[in-house]
Design a protein around this ligand. Structure first.
Ligand code: ZN
Length: 167
């Protein structure tokens, strides 16, 4: 990360995509009538949006650079907190949804921690460390929830009555 603006653009993208991802996971859980986990994901989406607001405030009055999506510096060409789409299996259990959320929170944490470590700019380092700490709290929360939802039995994705595929 060369400039504060560049870092903020990445953080805004990350949190925005994270919020959308949690909304999607909440929808999947609602389809399963798991209102408890749906509620957790809505809360997580809310946290991401609060964070997004904070970051936007930080950026107030600054001219942020325009960075094309393909020029964003993610570790794996994808916003770190974004869950791969195939993970949104319609039979996904709470366990899978929590694992998927945890995986992406971990990559988000690693992204911020890495920026904090690599940058020479003290302001970027300070913010990136704060953001990494925040992701650390999300990770701890998801880990706590996973204790409540153990892995499902083998064959969780065998559907005896599969939905008609309309393509
Ligand atoms: Zn997070």
């Amino acid at each position: 990360m060369e400039t504060l603006g560049e870092f903020l653009v990445h953080a805004i993208t990350l949190e925005d995509e994270s919020a959308q991802r949690f909304d999607e996971l909440a929808d999947v859980m609602e389809v399963h009538h798991n209102t408890e986990v749906a509620g957790l994901f809505k809360r997580m989406a809310h946290y991401s949006r609060l964070h997004l607001e904070d970051i936007r405030k930080q950026a107030e009055g600054m001219t942020l650079p325009h960075i094309s999506p393909w020029d964003l510096k993610w570790p794996n060409d994808e916003a770190p907190e974004t869950v791969a789409h195939e993970e949104g299996h319609y039979l996904m259990t709470a366990y899978h949804a929590l694992r998927a959320a945890l995986r992406s929170e971990r990559t988000g944490h690693a992204f911020y921690a890495n920026v904090a470590r690599e940058t020479n700019d003290p302001e970027i380092r300070k913010l990136a460390s704060e953001f990494a700490a925040e992701e650390g709290e999300h990770i701890a929360l998801l880990e706590k929830w996973l204790l409540k939802y153990p892995p499902p039995r083998e064959g969780w994705d065998d559907d005896l009555d599969p939905p008609a595929v309309v393509d």
